[in-house]
Design a protein around this ligand. Structure first.
Ligand code: ATP
Length: 258
């Protein structure tokens, strides 16, 4: 699956972040960032704490407006669009910390995720759509290995299962561009390997951009890496190039990088 080519084609880029900046008062959290992600590509965004990675994700999903620049998805300028409109255009994200209703079961959570991206168009007058949504929820559970816990309350899931559920929920409604915020955070070595397998198995119809502190997972899951530091992009390249990059080593060793 990794071998699918995604070089020069007529398809527009999945994501173009063009000269984007974001200030919080006097703090420039993201500064003149330009990143282009090809359709089908897997991209990691690395950087130490406070580099601006999560802020950049918030700008792409639309949780925050940029102070400068624009965001283009599949050739369409989405800078002024709401989160809902971006989700309808195929964008999804997961968060650093688990965001789910602990009082619901896995089945209910997946059902709500499916119904949510379908635009809540379900009604009692259209029972067929309810069952179609439930079928999709159960198919997502099967895809992510969650069938055995479909009836379990989210509160009773292990940390690894919660992260699997978040990924399953983000995959509802066939996303085209998926942003994952530290998917490996808090996972055991075994769970990390499972996550890596799941990520590598995702079809190339989904473009993947992930923030990840775990360099090993990030470098094994992606084609290209962008490195941020103090709000700026400071390095970019293939995992192999990034592994050999002195600036990246300095950042991870906590050395001063201007
Ligand atoms: N809503 C906000 N208001 C004010 N400052 C903020 C806000 N969100 C982020 N910041 C600041 O912007 C900078 C970048 O933060 P951000 O969370 O984007 O970094 P990060 O690379 O995701 O870090 P981490 O790896 O710790 O999540 C930090 O200095 C942070 O304190």
């Amino acid at each position: 699956m990794n071998a699918v080519p995604h070089t020069a084609t007529a398809t527009p880029h999945a994501l173009s972040i063009e000269g984007v900046g974001r200030r919080f008062g006097a703090l420039q959290a993201v500064r003149d960032v330009t990143i282009t992600v090809a359709a089908g590509e897997r991209r990691a965004i690395l950087g130490a704490n406070g580099a601006g990675k999560t802020t950049l994700f918030n700008l792409v999903i639309g949780d925050l407006p940029p102070s400068e620049g624009r965001i283009v998805m599949f050739g369409r300028d989405v800078t002024g669009l709401s989160v809902e409109r971006r989700v309808r255009a195929g964008l999804r994200r997961t968060y650093q910390t688990s965001l789910m209703f602990v009082g619901l079961t896995v089945r209910q959570s997946l059902f709500l995720a499916v119904r949510g991206v379908a635009g809540g168009r379900m009604s009692v007058a259209r029972p067929a759509s309810r069952s179609a949504h439930m079928d999709e929820a159960e198919a997502l559970a099967a895809r992510l290995g969650l069938t055995p816990v479909l009836g379990a309350l989210c509160a009773t899931l292990s940390h690894g299962e919660r992260r699997q559920l978040e990924l399953a929920m983000a995959l509802a409604g066939e996303p085209r561009l998926l942003l994952l915020d530290e998917p490996a955070a808090g996972l055991s070595p075994r769970e990390r390997e499972m996550l890596l397998k799941l990520l590598l198995e995702l079809p190339r119809s989904i473009t993947l951009v992930m923030i990840e502190h775990d360099m090993d997972i990030a470098l094994r899951a992606v084609d290209q890496v962008s490195v941020m530091h103090n709000g700026r992009l400071v390095a970019g390249g293939t995992p192999r190039e990034i592994e050999a990059d002195q600036t990246v080593h300095d950042i991870y060793m906590g050395k001063h990088v201007s």
